[in-house]
Design a protein around this ligand. Structure first.
Ligand code: HSE
Length: 395
């Protein structure tokens, strides 16, 4: 007996899944107790040069009418992927995916369909690529109230920012390099505008928030395209580096969630996360702090997480099957969120005067850390202090 699997979408991740299930066939069979057999690869394309070419079909009916128990959805997007995922789950076929857009947009509905049909919808690979983070949040950290998550969850932007810092090049040149090296997509908008990070923090926040769904479109997201070489030099002058940070805090009343570039202090472990690597810091009220670090993208690292979920589904363990609320819950309006920021100004005293009672710390002769200022008050402070610019700050 073998457990039959279909891979839907044979791109970067799907091909890595076929590869991983093949090269580790024996150890996986030992761990599952049965062989995992890729029966079909469903794609609109042919792959004549692939050693898996014989498994390719263009006929979805052939796949769904077969005896597969698990479907790997590595199509991406929310159109065909959504349709096929619903179809599979409705038939009681477990679905395993790396598709953060689909999970963050339709997670509540898809998890519910999986539950109703006694199968799994698993998405470890949707955040942090190969880094274990979804299952640790659901299982290993289940005894904690998760108070904070601060993550570098987009490899493309982290690579671009690292190149800007290391090579002293501007954003456009670094983006071009990232595209030439295959790290950034031809249309990099979802990455550089913070949309990919917004989807990922939506998933992490919903889990941390006990399944109270936080939809991506509720989350403020700012990207990195406005970061200049001057900003990078300024960051270095105050012992910081600039990173795109996806943030969740439990908050006193409503959760706080947003994505924004931030000055990350040298003392913070995220400071040392460079290139395409991702890292997610999690604070729990019992745990203290833990950092999950590794390769957040790429064929085999992402396939590693997908295949881990295939094994989980094969073993019949649906750890992520807890319900998400149908509707998105409210989060703290961005304007009302209190943030720590660094203001860049020629006359620090003017910032301190204008900050009127807020805690301030002078970091250099042109940098003042202002703590706990509401976003809605920042523009007025910058203008009153005749400051040049401001940025979030993470110690
Ligand atoms: N575009 C994503 C990134 C891929 O750069 O991190 C992995 O989700």
């Amino acid at each position: 007996m073998a457990i039959n699997v279909a891979i839907m979408g044979f791109g970067t991740v799907g091909s890595g899944v076929a590869e991983t299930l093949d090269i580790n066939k024996e150890i996986i069979a030992k761990r599952v107790g049965e062989e995992i057999n890729v029966k079909y690869i469903l794609d609109i394309r042919d792959f004549p040069d692939s050693r898996f070419a014989g498994l390719v079909t263009h006929n979805a009916d052939e796949v769904f009418d077969s005896d597969i128990l698990i479907a790997v959805e590595t199509i991406g997007g929310v159109r065909i992927a959504y349709e096929y995922t619903k179809r599979a789950l409705s038939l009681g076929i477990s679905v395993v995916t790396s598709n953060k857009e689909l999970v963050s947009t339709h997670g509540p509905e898809l998890i519910k369909i999986a539950q109703e049909n006694n199968c799994c919808y698993l998405f470890e690979a949707a955040v942090g690529g190969g880094i274990p983070i979804i299952r640790p949040l659901y299982k290993c950290l289940a005894a904690n109230k998760i108070t904070k998550i601060a993550g570098i969850v987009n490899g493309t932007t982290n690579y671009i920012l690292s190149q800007m810092k290391d090579e002293g090049i501007d954003f456009d040149t670094a983006l071009k390099q990232a595209q030439d090296n295959g790290f950034a997509e031809a249309n990099p908008s979802a990455d550089i505008d913070g949309i990919d990070a917004q989807r990922k923090i939506s998933i992490l926040s919903t889990i941390a928030n006990d399944g109270a769904y936080i939809a991506p479109d509720k989350i403020s997201a700012e990207g990195i395209s406005a970061i200049t070489t001057d900003d990078m030099e300024f960051a270095a002058s105050v012992g910081c580096d600039i990173k795109l940070i996806a943030l969740y805090e439990a908050g006193e009343d409503l959760p706080i969630v947003y994505v924004a570039p931030a000055l990350v202090d040298k003392s913070n472990l995220l400071y040392n996360v460079n290139g395409v690597f991702n890292a997610i810091m999690v604070d729990g009220n019992s745990l203290g702090q833990a950092m999950f670090y590794g390769q957040g993208a790429g064929t085999l690292p992402t396939a590693s997480a997908v295949c881990g979920d295939v094994i989980e589904a094969a073993l019949g363990n649906p750890p992520e099957a807890r319900a998400w609320t149908d509707e998105s819950v409210d989060i703290t309006p961005y304007d009302e969120i209190k943030a720590d920021i660094v203001i860049r100004a020629d006359v620090p005293a003017k910032v301190i005067d204008a900050a009127e009672g807020l805690e301030c710390e002078v970091l250099s002769d042109e940098a003042i850390l202002v703590k706990g200022i509401k976003h809605k008050d920042i523009d007025a402070l910058v203008s009153k202090a005749e400051a040049k610019s401001w940025m979030h700050y993470l110690k």
